[in-house]
Design a protein around this ligand. Structure first.
Ligand code: NAP
Ligand code: G4F
Length: 357
């Protein structure tokens, strides 16, 4: 394990907004393994929302604990400033977002508040923190959705053409970051990350929705799967590989912006083929179209060109597309097996509402 230390010999400290999400949980694990002290901002919820952190969470009363969670919200500037003061981070990873593109059409104002203005709030806090003499580096979670309707392959020079309130808000956040980098000489990197998935992916994103449902169909726990546009193409990679790129960006001598992608695009239909093949299941017998999953404006074709990240950061993904699909299917097949065992034993297993999927 590499021990990342600050100049006084103590571990470096990182603050992650969105630590309870897919990427936040992978990044927290990655930084803890490197010897960092990790601080994360967690929203107050009426149910537990720290499930993805279960494997690294330790009782704060124990000795030597390097993970600290702070209540806060990206829409609450005072809490952000207090957390900065308490955590005194050397690196900040801004991952907090209302990250669902379809939902952003229903909750556009909130999405803008969290994604665009939320970033601005945090940057304002960081500006004062830096002016008070703290040296800090900032990672902004940008998205390939910002390229939207721009033709593939998309790289750092491709003009943005956002197609949803989510994507427009990410573009605003991107330019806030560029402006604060230039105006206040802050060390800020924008990651332009293409879709990345995992066993921890939220169940309303199309990949996880598919692997969860096909695994349940395979075991007879479900009959149908309702989906939207099967022709959309995405450049899908593995989340564990992508959080490493976030860290690599902040270790450079100069701040810069990077596309992170596999450089390989697949349609939703091809993802279904791959997942169905893993399960020896013909998905066409089970998948039905539901207009509620179509978007008012769609992003048809994303395929990233990560040449710059490969050359300057030395970043290279380890998990291929077929391996990604296999990992997700195997994980969800195991979940389905557990569900079936419980059901057979007479237990009631709660199902989430169809409208959420
Ligand atoms: P995710 O699983 O949806 O996680 C989002 C995180 O943000 C969660 O921890 C969530 O908390 C938190 N959050 C939401 N609203 C918040 C608020 N108002 N205040 C504080 N925290 C809030 O997303 P992800 O896939 O890990 O993505 C991480 C970041 O990368 C996001 O900014 C996303 O937009 C961006 N991104 C993702 C991808 C991708 O393919 N995964 C690609 C490009 C960019 P709860 O757990 O309480 O909901
Ligand atoms: O899985 P998705 O919801 O991901 P989307 O919209 O590409 O956004 C994700 O990746 C972005 C990076 O490019 C992130 F910035 C963002 O935060 C998020 O993580 O949808 C992928 C494609 C879309 O074209 C959608 O129309 O799948 C299509 N799709 C077809 N049926 C569906 C469904 N998407 C969802 N969520 N649910 C469906 O039933």
């Amino acid at each position: 394990m590499i021990q990342e230390q600050s100049s006084n010999g103590r571990p470096r400290r990182a603050l992650i907004t969105g630590i309870t999400g897919q990427d936040g949980s992978f990044l927290a694990e990655f930084l803890l393994a490197k010897g960092y002290e990790v601080h994360g901002i967690v929203r107050r919820a009426s149910t537990f929302n720290t499930e993805r952190l279960d494997s690294i969470y330790a009782d704060p009363h124990s000795k030597g604990v390097r993970l600290s969670l702070h209540y806060g919200d990206i829409t609450d500037g005072a809490a952000l400033r207090r957390t900065l003061g308490a955590a005194a981070p050397h690196e900040i990873y801004n991952l907090a977002a209302q990250s669902h593109v379809r939902v952003s059409f229903d909750q556009s104002e909130y999405t803008a508040d969290a994604v665009a203005t939320g970033t601005l709030r945090l940057l304002e806090a960081v500006r004062d923190y830096s002016a008070a003499g703290h040296s800090v580096r900032f990672y902004q979670a940008g998205s390939s959705e910002m390229f939207g309707a721009a033709a593939p392959p998309q790289n750092e020079h491709t003009p943005f053409y956002p197609r949803s309130p989510y994507a427009v808000s990410k573009v605003a956040a991107h330019w806030y970051c560029v402006n604060y980098r230039e105006a206040y000489k802050l060390f800020i990197c924008n990651g332009l990350l293409f879709n990345h998935e995992s066993e921890r992916r939220g169940e309303t994103f199309v990949t996880r929705k598919i692997t969860r449902a096909l695994a349940r169909i395979k075991l007879g726990l479900q009959e149908k799967l309702y989906l939207g546009n099967l022709n959309a193409r995405r450049d899908w990679g593995y989340a564990g590989d992508y959080v490493e790129a976030m860290w690599m960006m902040l270790q450079q001598s100069e701040p810069d912006d990077f596309v992170i992608a596999m450089g390989e695009s697949h349609s939703v239909r091809e993802f279904l083929d791959a997942a169905g093949a893993c399960l020896e299941l013909d998905w066409k017998n089970h998948v039905h179209e539901d207009p509620r999953y179509f978007r008012p404006t769609e992003v048809d074709f994303l395929c990233g060109d990560a040449t710059k990240a490969r050359a300057k950061l030395g970043w290279a993904p380890k998990v291929t597309f077929p391996e990604l699909v296999r990992r997700m299917v195997e994980h969800d097949l195991e979940l389905a097996r557990q569900e079936k065992t419980l059901t057979r034993a007479g237990h009631r297993v709660a199902q989430r509402g169809a409208s959420q999927r």
